[in-house]
Ligand binder design. Structure first.
Ligand code: BG6
Length: 477
């Protein structure tokens, strides 16, 4: 569905995120015809360069990061035609008048702040005082949205001094992933699952976001964050919310976000006994976390696993186990819902019946699998075995074509003015209010993260966390 024409100003247009994700995403949406030459993307950054130099930079980025089947010379040329560039300084008057002159009155104005959060206040302020941002302009901001509750509140205050909440789009790119949205369709567009979606029927839930990459090249940022700030407070929290929330009355931005907020507010504090932290060690002859972090004494975690309790009527007694880490066996993210065992086994001893497991795979191959117990086919009497009801979206829905990158969907939602897949200010603050004491506890208990081998499934403490509860993690990958 085509979106209205827009002028999108991309601050930080020469930066890494812009080149890897934002510009290629805009390019793909342009190529498939979701918007046309009546829209414009205006790069803005401190670098002094002209439009031609910016176009060169974008063409290189597209050749490197866009899908190769789209990057014909004609396609790239057509996209470059909608680009413009303004050199601008967030901290001074330079460039702001020129930017204003580039913008049109009769189209949607969106300002994408792909810059360090320290610049949000300056840019938001100048956009407003110069009159460049109008009352229905949109402003998009990226993570990290603060590194604790106090800094998140300060960022919210800086933005809301100039923009209304309905104009602010806080990106968590996990919300743009196809399967994450499918979770809402699965839960709220089917009658099969929702009656079972509670602690009477569900034993526990495992949410895993495993990555095989290390933190080389991002050590400086990562070492100040760790897995807890980098992944849990935002991405895993969003997955937890969508899994645990009550059905909203309508699929509208605030109805959905109200329900997510209630989940965060229902979380019990997590004690350090319910957490396993890890840090990857060197492979033979290779680098360790310390080499990448640039600090030989760093106690930042590159892995964290924890048991979380959603203390409300629906979930009391059903723990959620969260796990994420770098340098694990493979890139594999999923939500696994473990149903309780059948209450009674009519089959012979030696044929135990097990609870069903519903696995919602986010990546790499998005899909849904239901593990069921069936009769082992063939002769041999009533022997039981486990089989998978499997739906891989790419196979089941080939006509859907190549999956969209999360950024493609999210940027188009900004233009449409749909905030459903963006975090509201109170949601972000509630997530920090939950995470802060956990992170403070890391320092207070003085326990260094446990070392783990690269290419495995994390530290032993993570296995023990489950073992203690007589449960086991699913294999990664
Ligand atoms: C980012 C984190 O937000 O998400 C990275 O900063 C992480 O550390 C990335 O690698 C994971 O995203 P995805 O889409 O590759 O799962």
């Amino acid at each position: 569905i085509p979106v209205d024409s827009f002028d999108l100003v991309l601050f930080g247009a020469t930066g890494d995120l812009a080149r890897r994700k934002i510009l290629p995403s805009l390019f793909h949406r342009f190529i498939i015809g979701q918007f046309d030459h009546n829209s414009r993307v205006i790069g803005a950054s401190r670098s002094e360069m002209d439009r031609a130099a910016f176009c060169d930079l974008v063409a290189k980025a597209l050749n490197e990061f866009a899908h190769p089947e789209d990057t014909s010379a004609d396609n790239i040329k057509a996209f470059l035609d909608i680009l413009d560039y303004v050199a601008i300084d967030a901290k001074s008057e330079n460039g702001w008048t020129e930017l204003g002159e580039h913008l049109r009155d009769d189209v949607v104005r969106a300002f994408y702040l792909s810059v360090a959060p320290g610049l949000f206040a300056d840019i938001a302020g100048r956009l407003k005082t110069t009159g460049i941002a109008t009352d229905d302009s949109r402003v998009v901001v990226e993570k990290p949205f603060g590194n604790d509750l106090a800094t998140a509140k300060a960022l919210n205050a800086a933005l809301s001094a100039h923009f209304e909440e309905h104009q602010i789009y806080r990106i968590d790119h996990y919300l743009g992933k196809e399967t994450v949205q499918n979770l809402m369709a699965l839960r709220f567009a089917n009658s099969l699952f929702e009656p079972l979606w509670n602690s009477s029927q569900i034993d526990h839930v495992q949410i895993t976001v495993a990555e095989s990459i290390d933190v080389a090249g991002r050590g400086e940022y990562y070492d100040k964050s760790g897995a807890m700030r980098d992944m849990v407070q935002n991405h895993l929290m969003q997955l937890l919310c969508l899994t645990a929330m009550e059905p909203p009355a309508r699929f509208t931005p605030n109805a959905v976000r109200n329900e997510k907020l209630k989940v965060i507010e229902a979380l019990n504090p997590v004690t350090q006994d319910d957490i396993a932290r890890g840090q990857y060690r060197a492979r033979e002859g290779g680098d360790s976390y310390h080499d990448h972090a640039g600090d030989p004494d760093s106690t930042t975690e590159s892995f964290v696993a924890m048991k979380v309790e959603v203390a409300n009527w629906r979930w009391a007694g059903t723990p959620f186990y969260l796990r994420t880490g770098k340098c694990l066996r493979q890139r594999s993210s999923e939500i696994a819902v473990f149903f309780r065992d059948p209450p009674h086994n009519i089959f012979e001893a030696g044929h135990p019946v097990a609870g069903n497991v519903l696995v919602i795979r986010l990546q790499p191959d998005e899909g849904i699998t239901l593990h069921t117990t069936i009769k082992d086919p063939g002769p041999g009497g009533m022997r039981l075995t486990t089989a998978k009801l499997d739906m891989t979206f790419a196979d089941s829905l080939p006509e859907a074509g190549r999956p969209q990158d999360a950024y493609e969907r999210l940027i188009m939602d900004v233009i449409r003015g749909n905030q459903t897949l963006f975090m509201r200010g109170d949601e972000v603050e509630a997530a920090w209010a939950w995470a802060d004491p956990i992170i403070d506890g890391f320092a207070d208990n003085g326990k260094a993260p446990q070392l783990y081998d690269q290419g495995g499934s994390g530290p032993d403490d993570s296995l023990l966390l489950m073992h203690r509860d007589e449960r086991r993690w699913r294999e990664i990958g």
